[in-house]
Design a protein around this ligand. Structure first.
Ligand code: 5RP
Length: 262
């Protein structure tokens, strides 16, 4: 494949490219899922191939596992790794406290398990994912297929009782069939509009029978690397605030873009 990357893809790419600076020899690294995380996996693969970087990767989905193997990253399971130095993943939304909505790609369960088992979670995102209040992006929850319609009704009732703005839940589809996660579950997308008490909602959702996990990542993320379409990158660190602002030179990276897309 060839051709110009769109500004959003450039933004995703520069965030991904900067994130691999966090990876050191010998690390066990959680590998996220989604288009931004895929750039990061390819960048890591390049470092493994060309610079002899030695890492073990724990993928958060079968898709990411396939890509990681393809680009030459040694893949191990989370149980083999036991604990990770770092996880790098994308997000659908992030706010000023670095709380997130994740699961747009349907991998939220493994993503949350892997991120929680890591010393540090670094999120990579284009600037369009930044929000004042979480909730414009539909909140995914992973549910057991058994009785999913009953679970959906109970979730909707709970949203009414919590006075949440939007109450609609829709079953995520893959063509004319339900989308099925790597764990064999379904996804309900909650169209909330605005999530006032994200922590409370996350806890209530996870207490409901049939709900396996929700896509709110509260107090899990340490750093968000924000990419802009013009190549600028900002690093938002939970402890240090915005610590960095610079630009990745696209001209120098032109071959890399082409390589990565081929
Ligand atoms: O949570 C995720 C997958 O479950 C992704 O990280 C999220 O959907 C962002 O995807 P993209 O980088 O393609 O915009």
């Amino acid at each position: 494949m060839s051709g110009e990357l769109s500004p959003i893809d450039k933004a995703k790419f520069v965030a991904a490219k900067r994130s691999v600076d966090y990876v050191e020899d010998g690390m066990r690294v959680g590998l996220g899922t989604g288009s931004t995380a895929a750039w990061m996996v390819r960048c890591l693969g390049e470092l493994v191939r060309d610079d002899g970087l030695k890492i073990k990767g724990v993928p958060t989905s079968t898709r990411t596992a396939e890509l990681a193997r393809e680009v030459g990253i040694e893949v191990i399971s989370l149980d083999e790794a036991k604990w990770l130095d770092l996880t790098i993943d994308g997000a659908d939304e992030f706010d000023a406290n670095l709380n997130l909505i994740k699961g747009g790609g349907g991998a939220l369960l493994q993503e949350k398990i892997v991120a929680t088992a890591s010393d540090q979670m670094v999120v990579i995102a284009d600037v369009g994912k930044e929000v004042e209040t979480l909730g414009a992006f539909p909140l995914p929850i992973e549910v057991i297929p058994f009785g999913w319609e009953t679970t959906k009704s109970l979730v909707e009732e709970m949203l009414i009782s919590m006075d949440v703005l939007g109450r609609d839940a829709t079953l995520r589809m893959n063509g004319d069939r339900p989308f099925v996660t790597d764990e064999g579950n379904y996804i309900l997308d909650l169209h909330l509009g605005r999530i006032g008490k994200a922590n409370q909602l996350a806890m209530v959702l996870n207490q409901m029978p049939g709900v396996v996990e929700n896509g709110l990542f509260i107090d899990i993320c340490d750093v968000v690397i924000v990419g802009y379409g013009d190549g600028r990158v900002e690093t938002r660190d939970i402890n240090e605030g915005t610590v960095e602002e610079d630009r990745l030179d696209f001209l120098e990276s032109e071959n890399l873009f082409t390589d990565l897309q081929d």
